[in-house]
Design a protein around this ligand. Structure first.
Ligand SMILES: [Zn+2]
Length: 503
């Protein structure tokens, strides 16, 4: 993400076969009914392993900043979002969301995150399930308990219009946003629950299918590959498939009248950009070098993680850009016509997040500098690629001066406050952290660290310790103190090589 501001058990009971009906007791045999009271026909041999404990999945995943985000007890595999938008201006919609998930424990009940809407039908494994709602928590009690390591399917039908949702992490509206006669989705970190039931934490990545129907002449831009466009008379259905797992906050559905621009990077990565038809062609300019950027970052970090990329520029101001997987989105106010180099850096920033943020994702929101510091430093590397090392050094000096002058805007990046997750420190001081590491270990080792880290954790989740382990391993040094000083110390460390900081 980049925004305008930042550039400044219930353990049911013990398992005895003579259980009492009140306990959530059942047997492990799939499709079996709850056991009758033991007094009727006790078998001569009772296999001990048939009796299992059942518990409720947790209503949070234990995130250190946002303990209520996500849910425990299962792991989602695929979301299929079948959404029909009846009126684009009001975003009045009807939806059928299908979630395939794997139980990671025996579950008597489990939670999803979901705000607003009227739920008309909810089934688990094809049978109606009981549910209750409190705030963002949707608690579902299946007809039959779910068995550890078995797949289950939840289908939820609902209708209504997405409610406005304020992010807890920054003072903006998050999730599905209505913008006049168009709408967009920008969810980092907590907006996804505004339009679909979800296990909303980056630790639980899944595949996605989007089947979105809109009235003509509107069009849809979502994550992944557009695999079908179906004409239904007055409406059109757009089918998008995302064939790499994605963190929930990166799911995006954007509705407008678009002009689509397609191209390929020299290495063959397809690019499709969506621009509101009402935008002048000049808004396309900063996106012209995305192919070159993809090939450059593929060179230094490892092959581009996904099968397609592109950007969406909607004709509305929202003060941000977000690296939604395979489709970054931008408000028009992210284009600075007075400084197109700065705007191009923003494009490089969102693209670099496809490696760091989208493919390699945080295990805890507290680690956000692993997204933003990396994307910020990638801006610097793009400058170096285009204009040489001196230009990078000049840029580093400007950032350092800013961070040194306004420490209140640039706190140490390692411990961001929950209500100001995207503070300037995680960006600028996070980026400086990587530059300081590079100066310490030298270029060859630094780029080997970046490649090794990406290769080891692509498609997964990381902590700062994971990065430190790779850095130490590749360099043969102990870089603990260096990273600690840059990430956690109130005192801004020096970069003596550039004459910055204390002598
Ligand atoms: Zn960012």
């Amino acid at each position: 993400m980049k925004n305008i501001k930042t550039s400044k058990t219930i353990l049911a009971c013990l398992l005895i076969f003579s259980a009492i009906a009140a306990c959530n007791l059942f047997t492990a045999a799939p499709n079996s009914s709850p056991q009758p009271p033991a007094s009727t026909a006790v078998p001569t041999i009772i296999p001990v392993e048939t009796a299992v404990e059942v518990s409720a999945g947790s209503s949070g995943l234990g995130d250190s900043l946002y303990p209520g985000f996500g849910n425990g007890g299962y792991d989602t595999v695929r979301y299929t979002l079948d959404i029909t938008v009846n009126d684009v201006a009001t975003s009045d919609l009807t939806a059928i969301v299908t979630i395939e998930a794997n139980a990671t424990q025996n579950l008597g009940s489990f939670n999803l995150d979901f705000n607003g809407f009227e739920i008309s039908e909810l089934t688990v494994n094809g049978e109606p399930a009981e549910f209750s709602r409190k705030g963002q928590e949707l608690t579902i009690t299946p007809f039959k308990p779910l068995i550890e390591n078995e797949l289950f399917t939840v289908v939820i039908k609902y209708s209504g219009s997405p409610e406005e949702m304020q992010s807890v992490a920054l003072p903006v509206q998050t999730g599905w946003v209505k913008a006049g006669d168009r709408s967009f989705v920008m969810s980092e970190p907590d907006g996804s629950a505004s339009f679909y039931p979800v296990n909303d934490h980056p630790l639980d990545k899944a595949f996605y299918t989007f089947r979105v129907t809109v009235p003509k002449p509107y069009e849809v831009a979502a994550n992944g590959l557009l695999t079908a466009t179906i004409e239904n008379g007055d409406t059109t259905t757009y089918l998008f498939e995302l064939r790499d797992p994605m963190a929930s906050y990166l799911a995006t559905i954007n509705i407008d009248k678009f002009e689509i621009e397609t191209m390929k990077s020299e290495n063959g990565i397809p690019i499709r950009n969506y621009y509101s038809t009402s935008l002048p062609k000049s808004y396309r300019e900063p996106f012209a070098r995305q192919g070159e950027m993809i090939d450059y970052f593929s060179d230094i970090y490892g092959p581009y993680p996904f099968e397609v990329y592109g950007s969406m520029m909607m004709d509305t101001e929202f003060g941000s850009a977000l690296e939604n997987q395979t489709l970054s989105i931008y408000g028009t106010d992210m284009i600075n016509f007075d400084d197109m180099e700065e705007t191009e850096r923003t494009v490089a920033h969102e693209l670099a997040h496809q490696w760091f943020g989208d493919s390699v994702s945080v295990a805890d929101w507290n680690e956000i500098w692993l997204n933003e510091g990396f994307a910020t430093y990638s801006e610097g590397l793009w400058i170096e690629h285009i204009s040489g090392r001196d230009a990078l050094d000049e840029w580093i000096k400007l950032i350092y001066a800013d961070v040194a002058k306004f420490p209140e805007y640039y706190p140490p990046p390692g411990n961001p406050p929950a209500d100001d997750l995207f503070n300037g420190g995680v960006y600028e001081r996070g980026g400086l952290t990587l530059h300081a590491l590079r100066l310490d270990v030298g270029d060859e080792i630094f780029f080997k660290i970046m490649k090794t880290y990406y290769d080891r954790y692509k498609g997964g989740n990381v902590t700062t310790d994971d990065f430190l382990v790779v850095a130490n391993e590749v360099s043969g040094k102990d870089l603990t103190n260096l990273l600690d000083d840059w990430l956690y110390s109130e005192q801004l460390p020096s970069i003596l090589e550039l004459g910055l900081g204390a002598k």
